[in-house]
Design a protein. Structure first.
Length: 243
């Protein structure tokens, strides 16, 4: 059995559950964030979807149970019709400390690459920053973002990740997608969240929710309260068929 959290936006969750049940997939709707996470940790469910429950209530409970993690949205690339990972999408998931933030991005690259490899997909990483590479000098913030991304690129290429295909093209997310990059590393969690909302909630790219990136195989998918029924439906299907 799978579980979907149900809070606000109840109608869309109910439609998703109804369509899943028509396909013979058992789904339980859970109103309490604590009960949902307890069911995940105690393996009462085969997988759990946040559904329309509040992130502010649920995510701290999950962090307390499993420790640090990152959220990575799984979306369908409109140019290639294949999935890509966008991370981080949690607004507070990259530290404001340059040193800590650098290491956190390395972890996202590592976990994202491992996830794709486990599905037989060769990772191709695109690092985003705040401007074109030729924009250095326009502002201190842009300069710092571009320099940080260049340093990250150099480190990955000269380290144990040396066989990983990875590039930094600045702010040009459209170029990454046209060229089939399947891991898009946002500058920080705020810009990642904005990109997710633009892609999924404005442009309506098909999505499957956000997986959990850490050292464990956590069968939990985060979803937006603003999603339509298809996103909750897709999240359960991804849990069932994608892990």
């Amino acid at each position: 059995m799978y579980a979907i959290g149900i809070g606000k936006n109840r109608d869309e969750v109910l439609i998703a559950a109804e369509n899943l049940k028509k396909e013979g997939i058992d789904v339980e709707l859970v109103e309490s964030p604590k009960s949902l996470i307890d069911g995940l940790i105690n393996k009462r469910y085969c997988g759990v979807v946040r559904g329309s429950l509040s992130s502010n209530e649920l995510i701290p409970i999950l962090r307390k149970k499993i420790g640090k993690f990152y959220r990575a949205s799984i979306l369908k690339n409109p140019f290639t019709n294949k999935i890509f990972i966008l991370a981080p999408v949690g607004i507070d998931e990259i530290s404001e400390s340059p040193k800590i933030g650098f290491n956190e991005k390395l972890e996202i690259i590592k976990y994202s690459s491992e996830f794709l490899k486990s599905r037989g997909i060769v990772p191709k990483v695109g690092i985003l920053s705040a401007g074109r590479l030729s924009d250095v000098g326009r502002s201190k913030k842009i300069d710092e973002s571009i320099i940080d991304a260049e340093n990250l690129l150099k480190y990955v290429k000269s380290s144990k990740y040396e066989n990983l295909e990875i590039e930094h093209k600045g702010i040009l997310v459209e170029e990454y997608l046209k060229e089939g990059y399947n891991i898009i590393l946002a500058d920080d969690g705020i810009s990642g969240n904005l990109l997710f909302r633009a892609f999924a909630l404005v442009c309506n790219l098909e999505g499957f929710g956000a997986i959990i990136l850490n050292s464990e195989n956590i069968k939990f998918i985060d979803t937006s309260r603003s999603g339509n029924w298809k996103r909750y439906y897709n999240a359960v299907k991804f849990l069932k068929e994608g892990f």
